[in-house]
Design a protein around this ligand. Structure first.
Ligand SMILES: [Zn+2]
Length: 88
């Protein structure tokens, strides 16, 4: 379910303003520190520092994310939807 963020955040990769979050595998879309998010614009992962700031994951954190079947499924879905999208 979608959740409007109290304060919009910026993707640390492409600087897109993100004002909502969705938990595709549950019903708790209220992000907390350490939660990962996928930018709908550029398809890169970030981590919440708190409820209002994102940072790029470290190399080790990225490796850990990529070991998650749910994260990989999400990324594959994003990629298939955006494959021919000129917004990227
Ligand atoms: Zn982005």
């Amino acid at each position: 379910m979608s959740h409007e963020l109290r304060k919009p955040v910026r993707c640390p990769w492409c600087k897109t303003r993100l004002d909502a979050a969705t938990d595709p595998f549950g019903d708790s879309a209220k992000p907390e520190a350490g939660d990962a998010t996928l930018c709908i614009k550029c398809g890169k992962f970030s981590l919440f520092l708190g409820a209002s700031e994102l940072r790029k994951p470290t190399h080790d954190e990225m490796q850990e994310l990529m070991r998650s079947p749910e994260v990989m499924a999400l990324w594959i879905i994003w990629r298939s939807v955006n494959e021919d999208n000129p917004r990227r």
